[in-house]
Design a protein around this ligand. Structure first.
Ligand code: PFF
Length: 449
């Protein structure tokens, strides 16, 4: 065995086997699992949608996840370097760089939301969130419209930057190895609490009762788009993590573990959220409205609600932070390779830049920059829309076409042979590109269903 060397000639950075799986699950389990998946499942047919979502994971999500990780490990580099090494063409550096820019842009506003979750965790544990007789929409707008979000955004960048500066095994892996199992335990505690509330069964039925009449073409595209987002695909994230995986580790096995983990956390999140929402007679919702406006009303009425609310927001914070770290690592790895920077320097410079770029996003959710619009959207909405609906699908297209048509020995890296390999290649070449284009057309409003 010859030991591979790192970008600066030192020993290359590597994950341990379990460290990789837990870190990749940490990346995939994010706000999408906690505040989007349960809602879209409830809205589009419960268990019927759940089965559909598993299908989308199998046909689109997991094959693409395997492809991204294989590119990272095969090319042994950041998102730009790996493409160039495997194709032997400089032209692909631009494509890879595109995913790096996507990650940077996502991080800029994801850190803002992650910051909100930290504020809410503290405000719930101390009880200050529930003081007075509040309307939680006003509470949220007052908070998000002020300057505190900037402070919390800075805290998030500092935290993520510090973890990343400690390296792959000493930082990223350690952080995830503690938080991801801890996450599951807290989630299960909250699930038991939630299911024991009176009237909770209405929430379980909303979430899981199969209703095939609610599944239509739109549900399929939503399921596909979510499979994509939920596995952190299309922005160099799984590629960069993949570049730190030992050759001995099975990527196929990792793919199944990450997909299963993502599904498990999303499923339990649904059993936390809807029993609570329905037991307190609230309307089911998704996203910001659900987490920051609907659920606090429930916690304020529940015995020891500050504690359960605090735990819930702590979970959101963990979900957001473990994902944020994986996003930030994409531009950090790029900077290290490109400019031969030390990890520490890259982490500091990229975090500071990302904080600066995120400031307009932080100040445009009810704050002083709310009315400044670019392409008809506030900064925050523009970051969200451009990255999730335009840049990530494009990044996914790059990955699928590259593995399908350009990189010839991808099968060896992925560990696939025979019929399974042919099926995978067919998905990458034909099915997934078509699906991505459809998702793109649908989410940008060009295709109406
Ligand atoms: N997978 C995360 C979620 O479901 O919330 C979001 C995400 C993280 C997307 C990391 C992209 C990414 F690179």
């Amino acid at each position: 065995h010859k030991t591979e060397s790192g970008p600066k000639g030192g020993k290359a950075e590597r994950f341990t086997k379990s460290g990789f799986i837990l870190s990749a699950i940490g990346s995939s389990v994010g706000l999408g699992n906690m505040w989007k998946f349960p809602y879209i499942t409830g809205k589009h047919g419960g268990a019927a949608f759940f089965v559909l979502f598993i299908g989308c994971l199998l046909v689109v999500g997991l094959p693409l996840l395997l492809a991204e990780m294989a590119i990272g490990r095969g090319g042994r580099g950041d998102a730009a370097t790996a493409f160039v090494r495997l194709s032997g063409s400089r032209y692909w550096a631009g494509m890879g760089l595109f995913t790096v820019v996507t990650a940077f842009a996502i991080m800029a506003y994801y850190a803002v939301v992650a910051g909100w979750t930290i504020h809410y965790t503290i405000a719930s544990f101390t009880g200050s969130l529930y003081r007075g007789a509040p309307n939680y929409e006003i509470v949220f707008n007052d908070f998000a419209g002020g300057y505190w979000p900037l402070f919390w955004q800075a805290v998030v960048m500092l935290l993520c930057g510090a973890v990343i500066a400690r390296g792959v095994s000493g930082g990223i892996e350690k952080f995830n190895k503690i938080l991801i199992p801890g996450f599951l335990i807290l989630l299960l505690i909250l699930m038991l609490r939630s299911l024991s509330l009176s009237g909770s069964s209405a929430g379980v039925s909303f979430f899981l009762e199969p209703d095939f009449s609610k599944v239509d073409a739109e549900s399929v595209l939503i399921a596909l788009g979510h499979a994509f987002f939920s596995l952190s695909l299309g922005m160099g994230c799984m590629l960069t993590y993949g570049s730190y995986v030992e050759k001995e580790q099975s990527l196929g096995g990792a793919t199944m573990a990450i997909g299963g983990g993502d599904l498990l956390y999303a499923f339990i999140a649904g059993l936390v959220i809807f029993p609570t929402v329905f037991s307190f007679g609230l309307e089911p919702d998704e996203g910001v409205g659900l987490a920051f406006m609907a659920l606090p009303a429930a916690f304020s009425k529940m015995p020891a609600g500050f504690l359960f609310g605090g735990l819930f927001f702590l979970l959101l914070a963990i979900a957001a932070l473990t994902s944020a770290i994986s996003i930030l690592e994409v531009p950090v790895a790029y900077a290290m390779n490109k400019w031969r920077w030390s990890r520490r320097k890259a982490a500091v410079v990229v975090s500071v830049l990302c904080f600066l770029v995120g400031i307009p996003a932080a100040l445009s959710v009810g704050g002083p920059l709310t009315d400044v619009s670019l392409f008809g959207r506030s900064f925050f909405d523009l970051f969200d829309f451009a990255t999730a609906y335009i840049m990530m699908p494009f990044g996914g297209l790059i990955v699928t076409l590259f593995t399908g048509y350009v990189w010839k020995s991808v099968g060896e890296e992925a560990g696939l042979r025979g019929a399974l390999f042919s099926a995978w290649l067919f998905l990458l070449r034909v099915v997934i590109p078509v699906v991505i284009v459809l998702i793109f057309l649908y989410s940008t409003g060009l295709l109406n269903l």
